[in-house]
Every structure is written in structure tokens, then in C-alpha cells.
Write a protein that binds this ligand. Structure first.
Ligand code: ATP
Ligand code: MN
Length: 318
């Protein structure tokens, strides 16, 4: 049994049961009366993850997963036939979509109405799994205030060949630079190649300031160590470098949610960590669907404890 029950993020979430305890032969996961079609369809081959197993995993983690996704517009990675077949990003409504997946509307920059998808609880996540969604990527703002992000995400993307210790150094450096302007940050693995450094903001800035600040910081790192870091997305400029992706911090951009399974072989999980864990971390995909529960069982506290209580805002000048 996990020793902490709820993340300190502010959005109310329902406590869940550990997945290991809710495994059953039923097509209905512990969290609701959701009937899945093709529950035995294999979504990820290695380790083997079926649709039912994914639903049970997410419902077992509801108290950790939901605070990062409830009430935020979502981009989804759907793999109806499993990873290895065609997977695609989706952010608009789908045919045959369960009612637990909600549709919202907003005016875009041109004043046109645009729809977005969101969920209000675990039933929504079950609806997503039913549609073959593996990954859930929320906006950095909530429905209550779409125009003002409550977090920044710096996504450290190492080019092929960049050795892991350099990625760790980048995260540490980013943390120091944020601290230097009075900002506390939080670390997570992506479940893939890199690391995310997440900065909660309260009061919230507008998107323009969020992007300008993140861009300025990424550019500074590049200017100081041009062999180490690059702040532009152009692939040809990345060679041997770490792309400090600040572009997650624009209106409509997303980053993968904490505790989300990645739609990749290995079933890595985006996992919140304490900064103290960084020195021993071996990869961005260290935690997977196969070992995350063991980690949670031994954790005494939420690695992101305090995130919801942080009061900090962007510096006036940067
Ligand atoms: P890794 O550590 O392996 O890079 P990651 O989650 O950071 O994992 P990226 O490929 O760097 O993955 O993508 C960063 C983010 O950009 C994703 O989490 C996702 O939210 C967003 N993203 C990437 N590709 C698309 C796309 N085609 N459509 C919409 N959003 C995307
Ligand atoms: Mn990345």
C-alpha cells in the first residue's frame, strides 16, 4: 500500500486503489462501470499491456494522475491498434466518443470557436482508454482560466548520442537558474529520452509572458554553452546538443501528464521525482508500467509535495 494518497496539486481528485489490487478478469476496472470493447487488445507488446491492463493501471493511480489532467484541454496519443501500428495525436472529438469525454469550446486567436476535449474524473480517463488513447497531454492552463498558465514545462530533449549525465546536468542547471530568479521547480522523467522541469506559477502570467520568459532562459543557456545547449527546434542545429524546448509554454501546447504511460515499447512512465533522486537516475525511462508500483509502495511522500502550495510568479525583468 502506498504511504501517501494524494498529490499536493490543487485540483481535487478521487483517491484510487492500487492497480495491483484491482486486477481482475472483468472487463470493468475498479473505478467504474465502464464496459470496454476488445479489452484484451494488446496496446504495447513489451511489456505486454492490454487495453484492460491500461485501464486498471490508470484507475489504480487515479489520485496521482487526475490532478494533472482534470479540467485542462487535452491532446491525446491514440493507438487504436496498438503501438507499432499507426498512433496519432488527436485533440478534437472522435466518432463514437463516450460521454465521459467532455467537449469544451473556446475562441481562438482569430475569434473562431474551436473545440477541445477534457475530462472531469476517472470515468473520462476510462473513456479515453476505450478510444485507444495511451498518452494524455494537458495544456499548461485550466478551463477556469485558459489564458493564464499555472505552470511552465521545460522539456530537455537530448540529441541521439548525448550521454545521460549531460541531461542530468542540464536539469540541475535549469533548476539553479530558476532558483536565481526566485522560482522553485519540480523534476520528472518523461518515460522516454529526457527530463521535464516543471515550474508552478501562482499568480499566473499570460501566455505571452510565459513564453517570453521560457524562451529567454533557453536562449541564455545556449549563449553560455553553445556546444551543450540549443534553444531552436531546428533538427539540424541539435547535433550532439540538448534542445531546451521552451515551446511547451505557448497557448495550445502540451506536455505529457505525470503518471502517463508512453505509447512506446517499454511502456515508460512520466514520473515525478524529488530533486535528490536525480543523481542516481539512470534514464528518462527508468520507471515503467512494470516497476512504478514498486516505487510508489516504498515512497513515503509525494515527490512533488508542496507543488500546489507554491506561491511564485515570473520575475519582472528577464
Ligand atoms: P522525450 O523525453 O522522449 O522527449 P517528451 O514527452 O518530452 O518525451 P517530445 O517528443 O519531446 O516528448 O514532445 C514534447 C511534447 O510535445 C509532447 O509531450 C507533446 O505534448 C508535444 N507534442 C509532440 N509531438 C506532438 C504532435 N505531433 N502534436 C501535438 N503535440 C505534440
Ligand atoms: Mn522531450
Amino acid at each position: 500500500m502506498r504511504n501517501f494518497r494524494q498529490t499536493s496539486e490543487p485540483v481535487a481528485a478521487r483517491p484510487g486503489k492500487r492497480a495491483a489490487k484491482s486486477v481482475s478478469n472483468s472487463t470493468k476496472p475498479a473505478s467504474g462501470d465502464f464496459a470496454f470493447t476488445h479489452p484484451d487488445r494488446i496496446l504495447i507488446r513489451k511489456p505486454k499491456v492490454t487495453k484492460r491492463a491500461l485501464a486498471e493501471f490508470y484507475s489504480g493511480l487515479a489520485d496521482l494522475l487526475l490532478p494533472g489532467i482534470v479540467g485542462r484541454p487535452l491532446s491525446l496519443v491514440r493507438c487504436p491498434d496498438g503501438v507499432g501500428k499507426s498512433c496519432f495525436f488527436q485533440k478534437h472529438s472522435m466518432q463514437g466518443m463516450p460521454a465521459s469525454i467532455r467537449v469544451g469550446r473556446q475562441a481562438n486567436a482569430k475569434g473562431e470557436q474551436e473545440e477541445f476535449l477534457y475530462v472531469t474524473g476517472i470515468e473520462g480517463v476510462m473513456g479515453l482508454v476505450q478510444m485507444g488513447v495511451i498518452e494524455i497531454h494537458p495544456w499548461g492552463s485550466t478551463l477556469a482560466d485558459l489564458e493564464h498558465p499555472d505552470r511552465l514545462v521545460f522539456d530537455l530533449d537530448p540529441d541521439a548520442g548525448v550521454e545521460w549525465p549531460r541531461v542530468k546536468r542540464a536539469a540541475r542547471l535549469l533548476r539553479e537558474r530558476l532558483q536565481a530568479v526566485g522560482l522553485e521547480s519540480f523534476l520528472r522523467t518523461t518515460g522516454g529520452k529526457g527530463l521535464h522541469v516543471v515550474v508552478p506559477l501562482n499568480p499566473r502570467p499570460d501566455w505571452e509572458s510565459a513564453k517570453a520568459f521560457s524562451h529567454a532562459l533557453a536562449r541564455t543557456l545556449e549563449e553560455e554553452s553553445p556546444k551543450e545547449y540549443v534553444s531552436v527546434a531546428t533538427m539540424s542545429k541539435r547535433k550532439g546538443r540538448i534542445f531546451v524546448d521552451y515551446l511547451r509554454n505557448a497557448r495550445g501546447s502540451t506536455a505529457v501528464a505525470s503518471y502517463c504511460v508512453r505509447a512506446r515499447e517499454g511502456a515508460g512512465i512520466a514520473t515525478p521525482l524529488r530533486w535528490e533522486e536525480l543523481s542516481r537516475l539512470r534514464s528518462g525511462a527508468q520507471y515503467t508500467i512494470a516497476n512504478l508500483m514498486r516505487r510508489l509502495d516504498t515512497l513515503k511522500d509525494d515527490p512533488w509535495r508542496g507543488l500546489g502550495k507554491v506561491r511564485q510568479s515570473l520575475p519582472d525583468a528577464f
